[in-house]
Design a protein around this ligand. Structure first.
Ligand code: URA
Length: 413
């Protein structure tokens, strides 16, 4: 079949439904460099406005998935599972869920991303552990998976290269927020892990990609439909992201909070979400998962992960000293009352301002800065008592973050 790309773009622009073989050819041509960026941008914009049905979205997902290499699990392997979150402020669930679920006898090959904009990324958080390597070639990742039941890695150049190229293009052409394009992007990377079961944590609210519950539902349904087309069991859980998850935001600060949760402690909302998601993909009941957090099993599995990835578990209790921001100070409550709002969007922006996140994909990040001991909605506070602790590199950063927190936190008398 000869593909005339301008005609294909025009047909999508006019709302036509494309054939899976046409979509496949387009993606193959784009991956091979035969379809230029300008045509692919026009195509992405046409999809943005006209959408794609479930069959087209599944075809796009499959074409992107098959643009590169995929995990091959040996005969007789245990069930292979994973979790994907659309991202939120203070969301460190992967760091806890991966070792926890690996303790239940399934395999979890977790391919994660970096933070962009106000949402943090699992890879950046893991890299606050000295020596922790996230760039793992597939063969090595498969060996780690067979040994420990878990690997936590970044997308390699050879894993879904079509998505890598297209996502970067969408980022600069205003075509990221399209449900079929997001679905194909996320699902192609997850399905390249050759999964049996996937749980999706789809967030909505001020600190999330999807601002409303209705939009989150549409994305969840789209991803479930693609899972069904491709023979993978997909569960979706919708969760609000109006206040940050847990009490810590910022890379090493979130690893420290994750370790607390892995030791059976930590904030209640974080533990609950980990268990809500883990029970959808684990072969054991929630009680057993709770036990694995409380008896140190999940914590020991995290040590195994750190060791396998080139880090030293002995560094984990010292992370606070290793990444010690020059300025660590309380942010006091301006009045007494009940905390009515801790706006995740503002807290995320304040964290980026401190240097914990990126504005552009090429920016470097500061592992030490951020917030901890953050108040939660519904808690009572007294004037002058801390609402959180700010970890900043400079006094100017501290003051900017402070003024953003004033907007983020609302106290009712
Ligand atoms: N995350 C992805 O990997 N792709 C998208 O399109 C959006 C979020």
């Amino acid at each position: 079949m000869n593909l005339h790309v301008p005609t294909l773009i025009a047909r999508k622009r006019d709302g036509d439904t494309l054939d899976p073989a046409e979509i496949r050819k387009l993606i193959d041509g784009y991956t091979a460099g035969e379809v230029p960026d300008y045509q692919m941008s026009a195509f992405a914009m046409a999809v943005f406005f006209k959408g794609m049905d479930a069959v087209e979205t599944a075809a796009l997902t499959r074409a992107m998935l098959e643009s590169g290499e995929v995990f091959h699990h040996p005969d007789g392997h245990p069930p292979v599972v994973d979790k994907h979150s659309t991202g939120g402020i203070g969301d460190k669930v992967s760091l806890i869920l991966a070792p926890l679920v690996a303790c239940t006898g399934v395999w979890i090959p977790m391919v994660s991303g970096r933070g962009l904009g106000i949402t943090g990324g699992t890879l950046d958080k893991l890299e606050s552990i000295p020596g922790f390597k996230v760039a793992i070639p597939l063969a090595e990742a498969q060996a780690m998976l067979a040994k420990n039941g878990v690997v936590m890695m970044g997308q390699t150049d050879r894993l879904c290269p079509a998505d890598k190229k297209l996502y970067a293009l969408r980022d600069v052409t205003g075509t990221v927020p399209s449900i079929p394009l997001i679905t194909a992007s996320i699902m192609s990377k997850k399905l390249a892990e050759s999964l049996d079961r996937l749980v999706l944590d789809v967030k909505f609210g001020s600190g999330a990609f999807m601002k409303t519950e209705a939009a989150a539902r549409l994305l969840a349904d789209s991803m479930i439909a693609v899972g069904k087309e491709m023979g993978v069991e997909v569960h979706a859980v919708l969760n609000p992201m109006s206040e940050p998850l847990g009490r810590a935001v910022g890379n090493s600060l979130e690893v420290i909070e994750s370790l607390e949760c892995l030791e059976g402690r930590g904030p209640a909302d974080l533990r609950k979400l980990v268990l809500d998601l883990a029970e959808k993909i684990s072969p054991v009941p929630r009680k057993e998962l709770e036990h694995l957090l409380d008896d140190g099993s999940a914590r020991r599995k995290f040590d195994d992960i750190v060791r396998a990835h080139g880090g030293d578990p002995a560094d984990l209790p010292k992370l606070g000293q290793i990444h010690h921001a020059p300025l660590i100070r309380d942010f006091p409550a301006p009045c007494s009352g009940t905390v009515a709002e801790v706006d995740a969007g503002w807290v995320g922006q304040a964290a980026v301002q401190l240097g914990a996140g990126r504005s552009r994909a090429s920016d470097s990040i500061d592992h030490a800065v951020g917030f901890d001991h953050l108040v939660k909605c519904g808690e009572h506070v007294h004037q002058g008592h801390p609402l959180c602790r700010i970890h900043a590199r400079t006094a100017v950063d501290f003051e900017i973050a402070e003024s953003m927190l004033e907007k983020a936190i609302r106290i009712e008398h």
